[in-house]
Design a protein around this ligand. Structure first.
Ligand SMILES: *Cc1c(COP(=O)(O)O)cnc(C)c1O
Length: 382
């Protein structure tokens, strides 16, 4: 069977072959397999050098100091560490976040709410954006942390981190930003972005799954409480033997992303325009999210009069996502689409197409033709 065309790069990306090759060299007896924490022999020293080189590569992509990078198992853990670690037992604290955050932030804040922490849930404007004014209005005397994502994983829209961060810096409130969908897709520069904590993941950027990092600012110094104890790795912030091959993979992927950033971006802008132009032949197609402040690789579209679930069934030659979570018998519409003001019916008509490094013009043309055919067929039988 021919595999469907992959159009779900926002869910995960394949590992770049050059990255996989690096990883393999850090596993086997003839490779660098030592424990990076082993201080008494060359096996450990070599592994440590590989880890520190990768730390530099990850730091470079976001213009951070390597000492500001803490390895985690992925952006989910980074989000947990940042938010729980910043609040750390202060049940009188207040957090500001939004209803369109990734589940790793939403569920962490909900859990903290259960522990007595007060949480304000901001609702973005219809284009998926949250303004500095909205954040300013939500702040209280006991606000300890604001957590907002840089790029939304369902809509691709970009948050105005500079304006929001400036406001928070002025008041000494910590700012956590989930940048899992942003790193390697747009310029991320912590020397210019007033953020304190920033979550990263390797597998959205052509690195392996199961590895990520949390950027923790050194100046002004940010203190967070560890959530995983045992051994005091990562300057006490996250214990556990470092997975050298995973870390090397993330470093190599981030170095590659930096080299290719401009090319990847230009290529994806081209594919996006081709996709949207191609679909202009079809009536009743609307874009969800912002047309201006967005990354090129994510296109979320609603098709009037067509259920996304039926459309996906018809588009079996395309691997796409509806953003809907199937909970047992009922199909719940995306909470992100509900969060930007779509009603249930509108939310049920949306599909997310996401493109990446290995997407081609032929694939986009194929997708356009398939969508036009299937939407036409579904509308005809209504
Ligand atoms: C994928 C993703 C995560 C989770 O990252 P993992 O490394 O899979 O844990 C968190 N936030 C956003 C915005 C994401 O896209």
């Amino acid at each position: 069977m021919k595999k469907p065309v992959y159009m779900d790069y926002a869910a995960t990306t394949p590992v770049d072959p050059a990255v996989a090759e690096q990883m393999i060299r850090h596993l086997t007896p003839d490779g660098v397999f030592g424990n990076p924490a082993s201080r008494s022999h060359a096996y450990g020293w070599q592994a440590e050098a590989a880890v520190e080189n990768a730390r530099k590569q990850v730091a470079e992509l976001i213009h951070a100091d390597p000492r500001e990078i803490v390895w985690t198992s992925g952006a989910t853990e980074s989000d947990n560490l940042a938010i729980k670690g910043a609040v750390a037992g202060r049940t009188t604290a207040h957090i500001v976040t939004s209803v369109i955050e990734h589940k790793a932030v939403v569920d962490t804040c909900k859990w903290l709410e259960g522990q007595g922490v007060e949480v304000t849930w901001l609702t973005p404007h219809g284009n998926g954006r949250i303004t500095a004014d909205q954040v300013a209005e939500a702040l209280q005397d006991n606000t300890a942390l604001v957590s907002l994502m840089l790029v939304n994983n369902e809509l691709g829209c970009v948050t105005d981190i500079a304006a929001i961060g400036a406001l928070l810096r002025e008041r000494g409130i910590l700012f956590h930003v989930d940048a899992a969908q942003a790193a390697g897709k747009m310029a991320v520069d912590v020397t210019r972005m007033p953020v304190d904590l920033l979550s990263l993941s390797a597998h959205k950027v052509y690195g392996p799954k199961g590895i990520g990092a949390l950027y923790v600012r050194r100046s002004p110094e940010v203190r967070i409480e560890a959530q995983i104890h045992g051994g005091g790795h990562e300057r006490g912030m996250r214990s556990g033997t470092l997975p050298t091959h995973q870390i090397v993979g993330m470093g190599a992927a981030f170095a590659l992303a930096q080299d290719r950033l401009a090319d990847d971006e230009a290529m994806l802008e081209g594919l996006r325009a081709r996709f949207i132009d191609g679909l202009a032949q079809l009536d009743g197609v609307s874009l969800n999210g912002s047309e201006e402040a967005r990354v090129p690789g994510i296109v979320n579209l609603s098709f009037a009069g067509v259920e996304a679930e039926s459309l996906m069934l018809g588009l079996r030659d395309l691997a796409v996502s509806s953003g809907s979570a199937c909970a047992s018998a009922t199909i719940e519409p995306s909470f992100v689409l509900r969060g930007i003001g779509l009603d249930d019916e509108q939310a049920h008509r949306a599909l997310r197409f996401s493109f990446g490094r290995y997407s081609t013009r032929e694939e986009v043309d194929f997708a356009v033709a398939q969508i036009i055919e299937v939407v036409g067929r579904l509308r005809a039988v209504r």
